[in-house]
Design a protein around this ligand. Sequence first.
Ligand SMILES: O=C(O)C1=C[C@@H](OP(=O)(O)O)[C@@H](O)[C@H](O)C1
Ligand SMILES: C=C(OP(=O)(O)O)C(=O)O
Length: 436
Amino acid sequence: MTFTAAPALSGSVAVPGDKSISHRSLMLSALAVGESRVEGLLEGEDVLATAAAMRAMGADIERDADGIWHIHGVGVGGLLQPETALDMGNSGTSTRLLMGLLASHDLTATFTGDASLSKRPMARVTEPLARMGASFTTSPGDRLPLTMRGACPAVPLDYRLPVASAQVKSAILLAGLNTPGITRVVEPIPTRDHSERMLRGFGAELDVEVEADETRIITLVGEAELKPQQIVVPGDPSSAAFPMVAALLVPGSQVTIANVGLNKTRAGLIDLLREMGGSIEVINPREVGGEPVGDLAVTASALKGVEPDPARAPSMIDEYPVAFIAAALAQGRSVFRGLEELRVKESDRIATMAAGLRAIGVTVEELEDGIIIEGSGGAPLAGGGPIATKLDHRIAMSFAVAGLVSRDGVMIDDMAPVATSFPTFVPLLRTLGALA
Ligand SMILES: O=C(O)C1=C[C@@H](OP(=O)(O)O)[C@@H](O)[C@H](O)C1
Ligand SMILES: C=C(OP(=O)(O)O)C(=O)O
């Protein structure tokens, strides 16, 4: 598909539900006794992979005609042996969180995934979960396909995260749910805190202590009993990032994105774009389902280059690809560093973005831990392609946004991965008047 220069974008749109919260809604509801209801669940392939896995292990999960999901859980410790391998598709979050969840169950599970997921490192979860008693047979390099044998009872763990990862943190906490004693995770750099908020919301005894240097110490009392909940999932800020950057870049645009999650551990891109000179106003801030939410009014703006502090990386980790597109249109140079984690996402996002940006006429220098981008000062990018998306939804959507501000258009080799997190991406661009 080719995305071409767009006229000014206008209108009001809403993005689908938050992917992180959607995964956790299904997993925690499946462990509560009784019926939970989830409104606004992201119906993307990644979340549907989680739903299929929870069903395969005994949870009853149905969607009604109004789009509300009803989940009857089996209770903490009550998951059943799956009869076939769990196909995690493209989803790192499903894989790593479920490995944690199952690590303290008396069952054996095999995890498989697509070509992208099968390249991603799993030692970051198998290593701490093995310390809790689980055992693993992995493909070379601690990768999928892998088979896990859970331990019941598991041994509680006291673990300092060696990598800033909400997936690793969450895997350990989920394993701790069915483990006698206290599981403790020390997090030197804060990452998204949806697991902590939702575990508490479901009735687990979880405490978070924040030290003077921002280190967070999370303790969870094991053998928890979870109570069913009514959950409303806010719009995904990681999806909102694409129309937000598009509206800043396409001259004359004025767009409202409704119902966007604004949790501080996720809102780094808004801060960054504002520092670059972007006009983004939060309207009607409120709370939905225990999470801060607001509507974003975005007005096209001239942007300037930035050198963001690497410490903010976890708060916008999935938004860097589209932030690089914003930098490509800014006045001056942008220097992004401290982003090693981007190399182990659905694709190596530093290398994939560097190659794609070069292909559409942007001058970049790839660094081991980041990228230097020379901005066009608002002049349209040359365009071209086809861009190799490498089974990475965020690469596909980022270059689609670049196409809207290009001279010759940007061709994307494969838009299918977009269905993992943002199935309504193309229709939403159409609503804003971005597509011919
Ligand atoms: O916990 C989560 O829901 C997620 C955590 C992040 O991954 P890491 O923990 O690997 O950084 C993020 O990239 C992913 O899209 C979702
Ligand atoms: C990294 C991502 O997801 P996951 O790790 O769940 O595949 C993402 O959505 O950008």
